[in-house]
Ligand binder design. Sequence first.
Ligand SMILES: Cc1cc2nc3c(=O)[nH]c(=O)nc-3n(C[C@H](O)[C@H](O)[C@H](O)COP(=O)(O)OP(=O)(O)OC[C@H]3O[C@@H](n4cnc5c(N)ncnc54)[C@H](O)[C@@H]3O)c2cc1C
Length: 463
Amino acid sequence: MNARVPLSPTFANGDVSHWYRSGGVPEPGPRLDGDTRADVVIVGGGYTGLWTAYYLKKARPALDVVVLEKEFAGFGASGRNGGWLTGDLAGSHERYARTHGAQAARALQREMFASVDEVIRVCAAEGIEADIVKSGVVNVARTHAQAVRMRAAVEQARAWGFGEEDLRLVDPGDHLRVAGARAGTWSPHCARVQPARLVRGLAETVRGLGVRVYERTPVTEIVPHRALTPYGTAQAAHVIRATEGFTARLKGLRRQWLPMNSSMIVTEPLPASFWERVGWQGAELLGDLAHYYMYAQRTADDRIAFGGRGRPYLYGSRVDARGHTHDATVEALWRLLVDFFPAASASKVAHAWSGVLAVPRDWCSTVHLDPATGLGWAGGYTGHGVTTANLAGRTLRDLVLGEESALTALPWVGRRVRAWEPEPLRWLGVHTMYRLYRVADHRERSMTRTSALARIADLITGH
Ligand SMILES: Cc1cc2nc3c(=O)[nH]c(=O)nc-3n(C[C@H](O)[C@H](O)[C@H](O)COP(=O)(O)OP(=O)(O)OC[C@H]3O[C@@H](n4cnc5c(N)ncnc54)[C@H](O)[C@@H]3O)c2cc1C
């Protein structure tokens, strides 16, 4: 590791994520042992799969629900993320409105806000201890161009009918003193969560409800009414795919969603004097408006967990195994962290890791169930899945049970999205986008509006 990054003597790289550090990486449970039948088979033991199982069992306790997970529940992004339980929606309101109109897009956004509270409610009801605190989210603009974008975003929110109580401009010094911040927003629709505790708590809860969760069981192919694994075939009226960033590894789905990496570092615990100095008194989440964005949380044990774009995309939609993160990414994240909070330079990096999220061609999420084949799926959350997966779980419940509801009428249900381009175009597009974003951020330091390079990058990838 580069000597410019101060590492804790117990520094760890990968090993899934820091969120498993205190409890240890879980030992996978039993695998599928021969063919089986169920009412619903769910592929993937992250938030999407587990919320779907949870709500199905709550609605119909007699349903036989099976979850097939290739490693252990919480191995994917659900056990590695930044812990923003956010009401933000992937993609833009305009895109969801295109098919169903503005009213429907607004309804989807309102459901997202409500889903933050729904997750908190279920955790309290089921005794899931996930360090959840709803203190809202602060975003900062550190260049003039970012501040212009920020004001435009607030105006756009107003035009969509969201008021001061949903998103408002604040004096950047009021909440969190980030070096160089020129403008800020605050929204109440976000809570801090310890991601792995949430996903492991959910897994335990659904097991307690009678869901059969098989781990170390990779599904090699999904066909109507069947999920194929090396250890047997699981048959059901409905098979739900909940594999998000790993979807491209399944047969026939290579170009559906692009697996995009995101990386994080976490510091050692910081003293009370640090938190007083920077004015970070609650558990507010922190983000920014750079194209090469960052996201951060103050953990329950007083560390900063700080994330951003890592090595973006591996050729051929490959995914890394256990979250090992390149030195250059660790260094870039550390430098940015210290740039935000110079007082954190006395700290050390305790852990670095990466994970994979799914990006659809139009950057908007989808939930879907085909009644003819019984095949369903939800995802394409583009880094906004902690809350969205809960809404997906409740929507898939209604779709599987054949009940028309306010949720099944939302505009992300049944969307059709075109596939990504074949290689090498996919690789070239994503890498060009990253390069342009990086240069655009640099140029915007001396500009008063968004760099044309960022707009070109958006055009190339459909962002
Ligand atoms: C570093 C990072 C930071 C993030 N930060 C945030 C954040 O702060 N807020 C936010 O809202 N979102 C964030 N996200 C995104 C969020 O974590 C995801 O959208 C969400 O966890 C997706 O949940 P999921 O259950 O759909 O997918 P996953 O959690 O990825 O679960 C998919 C599961 O399927 C299993 N699987 C895959 N293929 C197979 C197969 N063939 N057979 C069987 N099992 C299989 C995997 O092992 C995995 O356990 C972040 C993501 C990353 C990587």
